[in-house]
Each structure stands twice: as structure tokens, then as C-alpha cells.
Design a protein around this ligand. Structure first.
Ligand code: DC
Length: 231
């Protein structure tokens, strides 16, 4: 399928732990497309704010910092790398501190606008799968295909717990579930670009599906979309 002439823009949105990034990476690999994890860009912005010693709640200073920060996502040998002002911070982004920092800074419209420009710039040639919270609604409202991936809160919390434990941090399921619910509420409740399914998104519930199952469903939709009578 990678040699299909049309290179699509594909959006994947959903809450924490729904499996978006894994699905986006595998779908991009299967199609020979670029994968962009927009959450990593918000994490990178959170990292910059922490690094600069700026209070996350100080919107004015966070906005000023965002305006002068260069964030880039570049292909790596295994997975994409995230660079902040030319420094590769990929390995520093998936920590509980950056979960929180990214969740807070992503509420600010100034931060979102800054990243929006960068995200749109990456899709000019098509051939991209981007995952996040507002990709199908705000970043690419005209995306060729939109998916909204969701799963039961308990299942998402268990997946997140597994990730946290793998990164070497001790954590309990109850605390992680409360944390996931809190971040979801912040994402859904913010004024600018809240987490939502686009009306034309294809919904997939991954509660009882593994990564292979999700990929299969997505590839079937891509094939359907690329049928000659559809392009
Ligand atoms: O997907 P993630 O957990 O890596 O995202 C980190 C934070 O960034 C999350 O709290 C929500 C925010 N985010 C966002 O607001 N919009 C996006 N398109 C992607 C992530």
C-alpha cells in the first residue's frame, strides 16, 4: 500500500492511554508515512518551561518563552526525535513531571498557536499520521481520514501504569487512574482546542483490542478510502 500515489493526511485523536501513539506509529510504518506525536511537542514545551525555571502557572511568561522556542520533530532510526532549540530532548519527555507540565502548558492558547504553525508546516506534502487531542478538529480539519481512539478508563489507566513502571518509576494503579482522569478532564474542559472527536472521525474502541487489532481496523479504513471510486 506504501506505493499508492496519493499520500494522505491522517489524524488520530483520543484521551490518555487509548493507544494513539502506538497506532499512529504502526500505521505510518505500514504506509511509509511520517509519524508525528504532537503530544511530544507539548511535552517539549513543558520541558523548556521547567528548564527555564518559569512557573507553569505564569501564562504571560510561558507565552513569551513559547514565542522564542523552536521545536522540531525529526525522523530517527527507530522513532522520531524531538528537538528544542536544536537540543534532542526525546529521552527526557516521558516522565510524570512532563505529563503534568505538558498538560498545564497545553491549556494556553499562545502555546497552542505556536505549535499549530509548526504542525501544519509538517503536512504540506501529505504522507503523515499525526496523533494528539485536536488534530482532526483544529490542526487538520480537512484531513483525509480521522480516527478517534478511546478505551475504558480502567484499561487506559492500566496501560499508563505499565508505561510509568517501565520508565522505572514506582506507582500504584489507583493514583495513576486518578492522574489520567485529571489530565483527561483538563484536556476536555479547556477553552482552546479541547479534546473532542471530530464529527467525521471514525471511532475505534480499543478496550478489547490489542495494537494489532487497532492497526487492522485503521488499515481497512485506509484501503476503503483509497479505492478508486473514492479518490
Ligand atoms: O499525548 P501526550 O500524553 O504525550 O500529551 C501530552 C499533553 O499534551 C497532554 O496532557 C495533552 C496535550 N496535548 C494537547 O493538548 N494537544 C495535542 N494535540 C497533543 C497533546
Amino acid at each position: 500500500m506504501a506505493d499508492q500515489k496519493r499520500r494522505l493526511v491522517i489524524a488520530i485523536d483520543g484521551p490518555v492511554g487509548a493507544g494513539k501513539s502506538t497506532a499512529a506509529r504502526r500505521l505510518a510504518d505500514a504506509l511509509g508515512y511520517v509519524h508525528v506525536d504532537s503530544g511530544a511537542m507539548y511535552r517539549a514545551m513543558g520541558w523548556k518551561v521547567a528548564q527555564a525555571g518559569v512557573d507553569l502557572r505564569d501564562r504571560r511568561r510561558v507565552a513569551a518563552l513559547a514565542a522564542e522556542t523552536e521545536i522540531r520533530v525529526e525522523p530517527g532510526p527507530e522513532s522520531p526525535h524531538t528537538l528544542v532549540d536544536g537540543v534532542d530532548v526525546t529521552a527526557l519527555l516521558r516522565t510524570p513531571a512532563m505529563d503534568e507540565a505538558s498538560s498545564v502548558v497545553s491549556v494556553y492558547p499562545e502555546v497552542r498557536d505556536r505549535l499549530l504553525d509548526i504542525q501544519r508546516g509538517m503536512a504540506k506534502e501529505g504522507g503523515i499520521v499525526m496523533d494528539g487531542r485536536d488534530i482532526g478538529t483544529v490542526v487538520f480539519p480537512d484531513a483525509d481520514l480521522k480516527f478517534y481512539l478511546d478505551a475504558a478508563l480502567t484499561v487506559r489507566a492500566r496501560r499508563r501504569l505499565h508505561e510509568v513502571q517501565q520508565s522505572g518509576t514506582a506507582a500504584g494503579l489507583e493514583a495513576v487512574q486518578a492522574e489520567v482522569a485529571r489530565r483527561d478532564a483538563r484536556d476536555r474542559g479547556r477553552e482552546t482546542s479541547p479534546l473532542a472527536a471530530a464529527p467525521d472521525a471514525i471511532r475505534i474502541d480499543s478496550t478489547a483490542l490489542d495494537a494489532e487489532g487497532v492497526l487492522g481496523r485503521m488499515l481497512a479504513e485506509v484501503r476503503r478510502f483509497l479505492k478508486p471510486d473514492n479518490s
